[in-house]
Ligand binder design. Structure first.
Ligand code: SF4
Length: 354
C-alpha cells in the first residue's frame, strides 16, 4: 500500500551563475523564496535513510539552480557513490569539476549526466547567449568536449547527453544540433519543453510526480509535490511539510497531505495549481525510430522517446533505470484506504508560501 518514490530529487542549492530565459531565477520567484545551500549533515541524513529503508530509489542531485556551485557538491556525490546508490545530475556546462568528473567516469554510480546547452556553436547561431545569458560559449564547448573525451578514455557506462530547451530556436537549428552532438559522441540529445502558459485548465488524468515518481526536497528541507510548476516549487502552493533529520522517508511520503493529493487526483479533483497545469506527468510516452529528411544531416537510424516534457534522440534505444509503465487507472486501493481512514476530505492545503 505504501508509495515509495522512485527518485529523491534533492535541491543542493538554488543559486545559479546564469540568467536563462524562463528560469525562476530570472522571474524572481526563487528570490522571493530565498536562496541557499543544503546543509551537508542534513543531506547525509537523507541518503542514510534511503539506504536504511531499502527504497531502491535513485537520487537526482539537482533541482533549481546550478548544482555544481555547491561548495560540497563533490562530497555529496561521493557520499552517494560510496553507498552504491544510483544518481544523476544536470549541469549548465559552465563549471569543470575535475575531481567530480574523474569519479563519475570511473565508478558506475552516477548513471547519467545531462549537459545543458541551447544552440549550435557556429558563429551565426545566437541561441546559446540568448537562451543562457552569462555563458561563455568557448568554455561551455570545451567543457562538453572534454567530458566526452574523458568518458571515452575510461570506457565508462555513464550516459552523457546534451539538453536543449525550446526557447525560440529555429527548428532547423535543433535538427542540426541533434545530428551534430550524436556524431560528436553524445549518448542522447534531449529537447525539453518550457511551459509558461499554465492558465488553461484542461486536466483529465492524475499526475504521477507526487504519486510514486519522485519526492522533491528543497535545500532547507521543505518538501513540494513537484518541481515543474513555479507556484508549487517556489511559492509552496501545497506544502507537504518539512523533512527533519530522523523521520522515515517512506512514512513522510505516505503522510496525510500526500495521500489526500493522490486521492483528489485519482477522483478527478485537481486542486490549484494542478487544475491549470500543462506539464503534469501523465501518459506513458511514445517511442520509435526516425531519419532526418535533410540529407546533409546524420543518415543513421535515430531512436526517439517522447514523454510529458522531453523528447530524447539517440543512436541506441535510450536506457531507463526503471520502467515507468504501469496501469494508471484510478487506484481503488488508495481510494478505499482514504475513505476507511476517515480522513477529512475537505482538508485545505496550507497555501501562500512558507
Ligand atoms: S499537476 Fe502540475 S502542478 Fe500538480 S503536481 Fe503535477 S506537475 Fe505539479
Amino acid at each position: 500500500m505504501s508509495r515509495i518514490p522512485r527518485q529523491i530529487v534533492i535541491e543542493t542549492n538554488n543559486t545559479c551563475n546564469l540568467k536563462c530565459l524562463s528560469c525562476p531565477s530570472v522571474d524572481g520567484s526563487i528570490d522571493k523564496y530565498g536562496k541557499g545551500y543544503m546543509d551537508f549533515n542534513f543531506f547525509k541524513s537523507i541518503i542514510d535513510r534511503v539506504e536504511k529503508e531499502k527504497m531502491n530509489t535513485s537520487i537526482t542531485l539537482c533541482l533549481n539552480g546550478e548544482a555544481l556551485l555547491h561548495p560540497q557538491y563533490f562530497d555529496m556525490a561521493k557520499y552517494i557513490t560510496d553507498k552504491g546508490l544510483p544518481w544523476y545530475v544536470t549541469t549548465n556546462t559552465t563549471i569543470w569539476n575535475e575531481e567530480l568528473f574523474q569519479m563519475v567516469t570511473e565508478i558506475n554510480s552516477c548513471y547519467q549526466i545531462v549537459l545543458s546547452n541551447n544552440g549550435l556553436f557556429t558563429p551565426n547561431s545566437m541561441a546559446i547567449e540568448k537562451c543562457m545569458p552569462g555563458i561563455q560559449r568557448n568554455k561551455s564547448k570545451k567543457n562538453i568536449e572534454s567530458f566526452f573525451k574523458l568518458k571515452e578514455s575510461k570506457g565508462n557506462n555513464i550516459q552523457a547527453g546534451i539538453k536543449i530547451c525550446r526557447r525560440g530556436q529555429d527548428q532547423e537549428e535543433l535538427e542540426h544540433l541533434i545530428s551534430y552532438w550524436l556524431e560528436a559522441g553524445a549518448d542522447f540529445v534531449t529537447i525539453g519543453r518550457i511551459l509558461t502558459d499554465c492558465n488553461n485548465g484542461m486536466r483529465m488524468f492524475p499526475c504521477r510526480h507526487f504519486d510514486d515518481m519522485a519526492m522533491y526536497v528543497r535545500y532547507d528541507g521543505n518538501v513540494v509535490p513537484c518541481s515543474f510548476n513555479l507556484h508549487m516549487t517556489n511559492e509552496h502552493a501545497m506544502d507537504m511539510g518539512k523533512l527533519n533529520e530522523t523521520e522515515s522517508i517512506i512514512k513522510f511520503y505516505n503522510k496525510h497531505e500526500y495521500q489526500q493529493l493522490r486521492f483528489k487526483h485519482y477522483t478527478g479533483e485537481f486542486p490549484w495549481p494542478c487544475n491549470q497545469c500543462a506539464i503534469a506527468y501523465t501518459g506513458d510516452g511514445m517511442e520509435g525510430e526516425m531519419h532526418f529528411r535533410n540529407l546533409k544531416l546524420s543518415q543513421k537510424t535515430i531512436y526517439f522517446h517522447d514523454d510529458y516534457s522531453n523528447t530524447f534522440y539517440s543512436y541506441h534505444p535510450k536506457k531507463t533505470r526503471v520502467s515507468h509503465l504501469r496501469d494508471w487507472q484510478p487506484d481503488e486501493e488508495i481510494i478505499n484506504w482514504v475513505k476507511k481512514s476517515g480522513m477529512d476530505l475537505n482538508f485545505e492545503y496550507k497555501t501562500g508560501g512558507r
